[in-house]
Design a protein around this ligand. Structure first.
Ligand code: SF4
Length: 387
């Protein structure tokens, strides 16, 4: 396990008891260590993509994987010290003490396409406050914070604590995955989310999620100090496909949305992504959004990256199917999930109309929060059920 530079300042007794992996707590899997790197808002810079290429190529299994929270992970790590140094040097862990609690989601393409306001400054300010608040390093690593610009895509993810824009200046406060009907001005939203995080700690025994709390006295106390939200209507734009050519709202710029089979990006593809020299946003739906491209650049990216395996076709089954690692990477799996899924999709006349998630055992890792069909391996074959 690599040394955590914040270890001397964090009380070991305060460490969360869950086993969500990070970088300083890489998870030993059947195929080597797994390091998960939190990307607030799903944002990763070209230089950071290049660092991940170095980690996956030099120390991992040659890929980096997208997660259902818009983060990335590298599997098969043999030298976790070497990998950790690259990750730290790339600025991917600005606050080691808060590494695993920076689970921050942001509406995809906010400020660039759709939404009621640009939610990026709110998330950035919340992240700044979170990192500078020592007590909040004690939050459980499964907590999820979300800032939704009104399109509903982050609300769908069920954030423990968040805000949902109701117009261009204010939010409904979200707790336990649901709007509370309590209103906060955009400028005050980060502070209220911090107050709610402290309230969660006060209300918590050993629960990992706000949804699981036995009582919410402290949380209710924070909410009681906020005005009641009036009537508002929500946009349904959260369900729009984010794959293909996505015109941005101004400046004649374009975002390109894509997916990759099994949510795995080969290091070689990562090198080309970094060479585009544009920020990339990863979404909980495992979409890869390359933003701020001129039309000419977007055209070139399409021509170069599609043959390398990025899928820009919104009708591809890979826009609707995800899977877990399965064997041999996970020793709990009843089968080679990825291989089975490849064979399934390779069969003639397979129609994939629903959102599906394939898993190798009942644990259901990486399951989407939206309605979907779980295709689950058992010792006697796969079962299908709607969740
Ligand atoms: S769902 Fe089961 S088989 Fe798949 S990664 Fe999780 S534990 Fe392993």
């Amino acid at each position: 396990m690599i040394r955590n530079p914040a270890a001397s300042t964090v009380d070991p007794m305060s460490r969360p008891s869950d086993r969500c992996p990070g970088v300083f707590s890489a998870h030993p899997a059947a195929d080597g260590h797994l390091a998960r790197i939190r990307l607030p808002g799903g944002l990763i810079t070209p230089a950071q993509v290049l660092a991940l290429v170095g980690v996956s190529d030099g120390f991992g299994d040659g890929h980096f994987e997208l997660t259902s929270r818009g983060n990335v992970q590298v599997r098969g790590i043999t030298d976790i010290d070497g990998a950790g140094e690259l990750i730290l040097d790339a600025g991917l862990i600005p606050s080691p003490s808060h590494e695993r609690v920076r689970n921050l989601q942001l509406s995809a393409l906010t400020g660039r396409r759709g939404g009621l306001l640009d939610a990026r400054p709110i998330l950035a300010e919340f992240d700044r406050r979170l990192q500078s608040d020592a007590a909040l390093a004690k939050l459980p690593a499964r907590i999820l914070f979300g800032v939704d610009d009104g399109r509903g895509d982050i609300l769908t993810q069920g954030p423990d604590i968040g805000v949902l824009a109701i117009d261009d200046q204010s939010f409904d406060v979200v707790v336990g995955g649901k709007p509370t009907g309590r209103q906060v001005a955009a400028a005050d939203a980060p502070a209220v989310m911090i107050d709610l995080a402290h309230a969660f700690l006060a209300d918590r025994n050993d629960e990992w999620r706000v949804q699981d709390l036995a009582g919410r006295a402290a949380i209710d106390g924070v909410l009681a100090g906020l005005p009641v939200t009036g009537e508002y209507s929500r946009s349904q734009a959260g369900s729009e496909p984010r794959v293909g050519w996505l015109a941005q709202d101004d400046k004649n710029l374009v975002a390109l949305g894509s997916v990759v089979p099994h949510g795995r990006i080969p290091a070689r593809v990562g090198e080309f992504l970094a060479a585009i020299e544009r920020d990339i946003y990863l979404t909980p739906r495992k979409e890869i959004l390359i933003v701020d491209l001129s039309e000419g650049m977007a055209d070139t990216v399409l021509r170069v990256m599609a043959p390398m395996g990025l899928i820009f076709d919104e009708n591809s089954p890979w826009t609707r199917i995800t899977d877990c690692t399965g064997s041999p990477g996970c020793d709990k799996s009843h089968t080679d999930v990825r291989g089975d899924l490849d064979r399934h999709l390779g069969a003639v006349d397979v129609a994939i109309d629903d959102r599906e998630h394939w898993v190798g055992c009942e644990r259901g890792c990486g399951s989407p929060h939206e309605d979907h069909i779980r295709v689950e391996a058992t010792p006697t074959g796969y079962t299908r059920r709607r969740l």
